[in-house]
Design a protein around this ligand. Sequence first.
Ligand code: HPA
Length: 246
Amino acid sequence: MSIHIAAEVGEVAERVLLPGDPVRAKIIAENFLEGVRQYTAIRNIYGFTGKYRGVPVSVQATGMGVPSISIYLHELIHVYGAKKLIRVGTCGGMNENVHLRDVIIAQGSSTDSSIVKQVFGGAVNFSLLADFDLLSKAVDAAKNLNVPVKVGNVICADLFYNDYDDPNGTFGDGKNTLNEKLRRYGVIAVEMESAALYLHAAAAQVQALAIFTVSDNLLTKELCTPEERQSSFNDMIKIALETVIQ
Ligand code: HPA
């Protein structure tokens, strides 16, 4: 047992899917895995282990944002021996070519979080990258499932509500300058956990990948309903499971 996960060592698989939402973790476990056992409910942040195509896979909820997922990543990797970690979450589209419910894979993660500086002391702007093996397998899995995916750089943000991004907000000339610049530099989506995932994976030399479905678009202001956010993510889950078991 670790501080935030009630499992015994051995109850968590080496292959782990990481949704933020505990309810989504339960939905994934119940609908995609066989022989499911719940191993934790501390803070109602659920974790389950079952089998996908005969391979043990865990689904561990992480909560939202870099600090929360960092706690679960540390314990999964260093206490339970997780080796392949795939985040399955939602993101906001950053440009007009990214549509609601598109599947996005984070090849790289840029971040405004301080975690890179906390580790490297500001000496290095460490590149936060997906594991190439998982990335290429996920792209292949998506092709086999006939699901189009967009692969690119994402921005992992600490603030979901950021008045710097409000066109009528209090900053500068009223333009969304930072997001506009990120957009011009090819960043396709915004989310809140991938930087932690890629940094922890690099530190421990384990494999990690972040996959998302688009729940809203910062530019067009389109928005999925809460029901759609919770239940319309099957394509992404299938891609993640087909990838993580290889
Ligand atoms: N911002 C940050 N994280 C997100 C968003 C967003 O718009 N949508 C889903 N996750």
